[in-house]
Design a protein around this ligand. Sequence first.
Ligand SMILES: [Mg+2]
Length: 119
Amino acid sequence: MPKLLVVDDEPGIRRLLEEVFRDDRYQVVAAASGKEALAKWKEWEPDLVLLDMKMPGMDGLEVLRRMAGKYSRVPVIIMTAYGELRIVDEALNLGARGYVTKPFDVLELRNTVDRLLAE
Ligand SMILES: [Mg+2]
């Protein structure tokens, strides 16, 4: 089963994504901060990461910067607010493979995840 790491500082988003993906087809682990994300990324070695960009303390871009290189084979989908084009650009330059804007369509996100995992 593919392992998904869900990173978001908002409990509601983490819960939503856990509900969407935690079924017979995926294993899901959630992290509430950039720091927690780095730890779980290294320990648990996910197959795909869903990464919030706006978080207090270490934000999503900083997480990407630190994980680029060594873990660059792991596809990352970033989650960002509408209109944050500069952040999307920078994240894609750092190796992110896709992005969704909040509020995102759950079905579309599932399709994106499945497509990246199939590659
Ligand atoms: Mg956030």
